[in-house]
Design a protein around this ligand. Structure first.
Ligand code: KG4
Ligand code: ZN
Length: 333
């Protein structure tokens, strides 16, 4: 028998940490009633990266209409919102401020609780929205972060390692720039790599044999630059495939080593780079071989979105003592 509507908790989530303005209504932490995401990628494309000043101005212009759209799409009035959650960090300070203040303002005016949510923690639990299965080892790979996390329960997790320099997505974007491909570079490299030979060029597998779970991608980017200087007219598809293979080897190698060390039966991946088709295929292969369950979020939940913010807030609401940060706060709360 389904529970009466009055028992259900509807949370309005808001996300503005980088260049996506997003609002969502999530019911009971699992049911996404709406997830409106407005990407500014076209706005920043001419600059080859996110311009913080432009991003925050755009968030400010859009936030009201995106929140209204999320409520309308969920078929909901303000009185049916039981809590509000917004990302407090990490991210661009001037962008975070817009969503955070909008969220706090809405919560205050409705007289409902407000939850400040860590963006990386939301990425970490995003694959669980529909299918909770813990403990797990999770690879979080985005434009700003690369980390391996061991989570035993929602809110109980340990960072096993992270990048010591560039994030994986940053490496994709920088190499795409060297190859004069579009921005963001990850999807372009993914697409071109399908026509290339991943064994054509032996780029370094940085830190793969290092016993830690840390990553480093800046040396790989430099290797690609030197290689291009020496081999100007190389087939771009081969460079893309070989670079991508070097990144994927390290990401998959370390993820599977962590899964074995901690004896987990579930592995997950989240963040924009987890959409990468080669990374998904290799994770699938390695997990299948070990009979480990692989949880991959839908593409819309991999990149920045407010549904993951609203979903995590529900779990925090149920167990507030579980509020553990997995990345440093920038002190906005
Ligand atoms: O999670 P996300 O939307 O934003 C951050 O929180 O950083 O991740 C964006 C990153 C970009 O660097 C983009 O190039 C990368 O994810 N990305 C990909 C793919 N799709 C997006 N990287 C590799 N392959 C892809 N298919
Ligand atoms: Zn993100």
């Amino acid at each position: 028998m389904s529970r009466p509507a009055s028992d259900r908790v509807n949370i309005l989530g808001i996300e503005t940490s980088c260049d996506e303005t997003s609002a969502a209504v999530v019911r009971d932490g699992t049911e996404i009633l709406s997830n409106v995401v407005s990407s500014q990628v076209d706005l920043h494309r001419p600059f080859g990266g996110v311009v913080p000043e432009l991003a925050s101005r755009h968030h400010l212009e859009l936030i009201d209409s995106i929140v209204t759209e999320a409520l309308t799409a969920a078929g909901m009035g303000w009185s049916e919102i039981h809590a509000v959650a917004a990302t407090y960090g990490p991210g661009l300070a001037s962008s975070l401020l817009i969503g955070l203040n909008a969220g706090k303002g809405i919560a205050t005016s409705l007289g409902v609780p407000f939850y400040a949510i860590n963006h990386m923690e939301a990425h970490l639990y995003s694959p669980l929205i529909a299918r909770a299965e813990l403990p797990m080892v999770s690879l979080i790979v985005s434009g700003g972060h690369t980390m391996l996390v061991h989570a035993t329960a929602i809110g109980r997790h340990e960072i096993l390692g992270q990048t010591v320099d560039d994030a994986a997505g940053e490496a994709f974007d920088k190499v795409a720039k060297l190859l004069k491909l579009g921005y963001p570079g990850g999807p372009e490299i993914d697409r071109l790599a399908k026509q290339g030979n991943p064994a054509a060029i032996a780029f370094p597998r940085s830190m793969l044999d290092d016993p830690s779970y840390n990553f480093s991608f800046s040396g790989l980017k430099t290797s690609v630059r030197y290689w291009l200087d020496r081999n100007g007219s190389a087939p771009v598809a081969d460079v893309c495939a070989s670079f991508q293979e070097a990144v994927v080897d390290v990401l998959v190698g370390k993820t599977m080593r962590a899964a074995e060390q901690f004896g987990v039966r579930t592995v997950s991946a989240a963040g924009g780079v987890s959409i990468n088709s080669r990374l998904r295929a290799r994770l699938r292969e390695e997990c299948d071989r070990r009979q480990i369950r692989l949880l991959l979020a839908d593409a819309k939940l991999c990149t920045d979105n407010a549904a993951m913010i609203g979903a995590l807030a529900f779990h925090k609401r149920s167990a507030p003592d579980m509020a553990v940060e997995i990345a440093p706060s920038i002190g906005l709360v």
